[in-house]
Design a protein around this ligand. Structure first.
Ligand code: FDP
Length: 327
């Protein structure tokens, strides 16, 4: 099938220019998201090569699976720090792979703060399963100094969030207030095209996603909540948060990685996993909770802090949280 000019989906850059042009709240945001799209294309190419790791290994370049995982984690972190720094719009970056704050610049044009997980689900890299990248984006206050603490902002102050899934296709989802748009990388033009406009989580929840292997570790109310989900929905668990979240956003579903008595804060990270995906979920009509409160209202204390995460269809998240709290 050939697409005529008029039936071709909008590109990411055309979409951003049409949607945000002249809106001062989003001044320069298109540049930040274009930088993310550029970095994502670089990483997508490297991720594809990961399946050839054994072959490439013969040359001695990348020889064992552990090394390709490490290599890609670092390559993704370096690539996104590079493109975001060069965008001229980002004042500071927080990254799963980097201990402290990356301070980029403090001119008036450096008006965004970005927190990212450059390669989420890295234990799936070398087995050809979907992985991704996640970004939370905040506005820097006018004239605000850029310091190590610039990153410690609650999720409810995010102005945008983006994630990318490197799967059977490469998909970039971008959310701002009341708007979630999905774009697919078109391999021949190397452009992201608007394929999933105005995403809303379907009314009907069709699956639950959790690591069932952790069931015995959970406290009794959380076990009760998981049992209720088992009785109601199909289980779908990729083990890459971004891939599980994306499927649930498109098809309806709930993801939970709760805390347990041994690790009350769970496994996932507040600033670059829970907050950005929580923002996307809420803009798409879903909900996000730590089991105690709305994720986006947590005041962060540390850059790499963890949080239990319950995210997806609003009614099912609310019901699950209620059971966890003794209902
Ligand atoms: P990974 O360890 O592969 O990096 O962010 C951590 C994460 O993946 C998530 O993407 C994923 O949802 C979760 O951990 C999987 O954890 P379990 O293996 O404990 O289920």
């Amino acid at each position: 099938m050939t697409l005529t000019e008029s039936s071709k989906p909008k590109t990411l850059s055309a979409y951003m220019s049409d949607a945000w042009n002249g809106n001062s709240r989003y001044e320069g945001l298109d540049v930040v998201i274009a930088a993310i799209a550029d970095g994502a294309q670089q990483i997508q190419e490297k991720v594809q090569l990961a399946s050839l790791a054994g072959v490439i290994g013969v040359t001695g370049e990348i020889n064992v699976q552990g090394e390709i995982v490490q290599y890609l984690d670092t390559a993704a972190s370096d690539a996104f720090v590079d493109v975001l720094s060069k965008s001229g719009r980002v004042a500071a970056i927080g990254c799963e792979e980097i201990e402290g704050t990356v301070i980029v610049g403090d001119s008036a044009r450096h008006n965004y703060i970005v927190q990212m997980d450059p390669l989420d689900g890295s234990s799936n890299i070398d087995v050809a399963i979907s992985i991704g990248s996640i970004f939370g984006i905040w506005r820097r206050g006018e004239g605000e100094a850029v310091t190590d603490d610039s990153l410690l902002r609650p999720g409810n102050e995010q102005v945008a969030a983006v994630y990318v899934v490197y799967g059977s296709s490469t998909v970039l989802v971008a959310a701002v207030e009341n708007s979630v748009q999905g774009f697919t990388l078109e391999p021949t033009t190397r452009e992201f095209a608007l394929t999933h406009p105005d995403l809303r989580i379907p009314e009907k929840c069709s699956c639950y996603s959790t690591n069932e292997g952790n069931f015995k570790k959970l406290d009794e109310p959380t076990q009760k909540a998981v049992k209720k989900l088992r009785d109601s929905y199909s289980l779908r668990y990729v083990g890459s948060l971004v891939a599980d979240f994306h499927r649930n956003l498109l098809k309806g579903g709930i993801f939970l990685y709760p805390g347990d008595p041994g690790s009350p804060d769970g496994k996932l990270r507040l600033m670059y996993e829970a907050n950005p995906l929580g923002f996307v979920a809420e803009q798409a009509g879903g909900a996000v909770s730590s089991g105690k409160q709305r994720i986006l209202d947590i005041q962060p204390e540390k850059l790499h802090q963890r949080t239990p995460l319950i995210i997806g269809n609003k009614d099912v998240v609310e019901q699950t949280v209620a059971i966890i709290n003794g209902a």
